[in-house]
Design a protein around this ligand. Sequence first.
Ligand code: NCD
Length: 338
Amino acid sequence: MNFSGSHILSIDQFDRGDVETIFNVADKMAPFAKRDSITKVLDGAILGSMFFEASTRTRISFGSAFNLLGGSVRETTGFEHSAIAKGESLYDTARVLSGYSDVIVMRHPENGSVLEFSKASRVPVLNGGDGTNEHPSQALLDLYTIKNELAFRGRNIDRLRIAMVGDLKFGRTVHSLCKLLALFKDIRVVLVSPEELKMPRELVEYLKEQGQEVIESDALEESISNVDIVYSTRIQEERFKSQEEADIYRGRFRLNQTIYTANCEPNTVIMHPLPRDSREHARELDDDLNDNPNLAIFRQTDNGVLVRMALFALVLDVEHEINSSARDTIWYTAGRSL
Ligand code: NCD
């Protein structure tokens, strides 16, 4: 695809070459994200950051990524602080906000809302998560992490074996990740969920049509014994009618160090888009995994900055100019290794 000036709304937009382009640009962002160097390539540019749903890492990492490229961030969070609470349409909000920004990142609770917003926007719009539909930047950072973790083991993405565990019905990160994995070769996807929270049929069918192997299960231990990656997810409580309904599923699939040691291959990588639900009755990824070197969850969050920097650089067409304004960092930066 031609990234310059494009919206980034869905993994459907990408082919394998596009994904490789994003990852190559992300690799070049490491010195800036590690604070070895600073660049001002987006000096003067403004990111409009609009998060109408709870977010910590997606919102802050998009903002940090833009700041690390030298740009400034204007934020609005929650409907209650925006004119949408006064009845303003997405169309009007997009017309207005795109006059104030060079690029916009948006999260919204309704499926398709970011697409609708983008149609009225005068600047590129990046989808920070639309309802249960998609979360493309998360899937890109997840696959970028998978690529790096496998590279340590002398492997590449083709022939990956991955188990996705938890709320596969409402989890938008796994929806986007399935679409992304479908672009590669000989992928085996093991989908582990309660019957009621299975991966949407159209995504299972799509993976199969693309030649990937899909296995569905509701048993954790046997499903994680033969995979390179265990990708755990949180029960998406905000999508359920009540907390009580979410409670039925919370805590159903818990991975802890004992279960990991008993079932997983020694190098199986543990991932999660975060936040993990650390409350007693949930704990889909137990804290006792924190010292496990294969726990990649904080490498994922660090990689999110690189991937989001790459998306901004590509969409705003400065990926070849990054080094032109680079200079060494002069403040204390130790302990930032990615
Ligand atoms: C995810 C999301 O918002 O979809 N979080 C994130 O952006 N890393 C996953 C979740 O909230 O469970």
